[in-house]
Design a protein around this ligand. Structure first.
Ligand SMILES: [Zn+2]
Length: 116
């Protein structure tokens, strides 16, 4: 997919992919230590064991010039490109705006789930 994007003049890179349950627990514990409430944490982080990143099929995508893992990614050419091409590579956007999971909109988070 990255190669196809490059051919279209779009620069995308992977920010993170596989993440273990232990790593997810660390991330959440670190936020709790900073005094962030569970309610806030679970809007942006899945509970340990529930993250799509544990499957190895989820990727967080970035592009140069856009701050990583921020909603502003939706305004990039990379996001436009992904919106029209990622499905063809078997990727779908897991958490669109106003998704039913109670998870914040994540234009950078794509899950490999080919329909055929
Ligand atoms: Zn993600």
């Amino acid at each position: 997919m990255k190669a196809a994007a490059t051919q279209d003049g779009i620069d995308i890179f992977i920010i993170s992919a596989f993440r273990s349950v232990a790593r997810q627990t660390e991330i959440i514990d670190a936020k709790r230590k900073k005094g962030i409430s569970d309610q806030e944490i679970f809007k942006v982080n899945a509970p340990p064991g529930r993250s799509e990143h544990h499957t190895g099929k989820a990727i967080d995508v970035g592009t140069p010039g856009s701050p990583p893992l921020e909603e502003a990614f939706e305004n990039t050419k990379a996001f436009q490109w992904l919106s029209s091409h990622a499905n063809g590579f078997g990727f779908r956007l897991s958490y669109p705006r106003n998704n039913g999971y109670g998870i914040a909109y994540e234009p950078w988070h794509w899950f490999y789930s080919p329909s055929s």
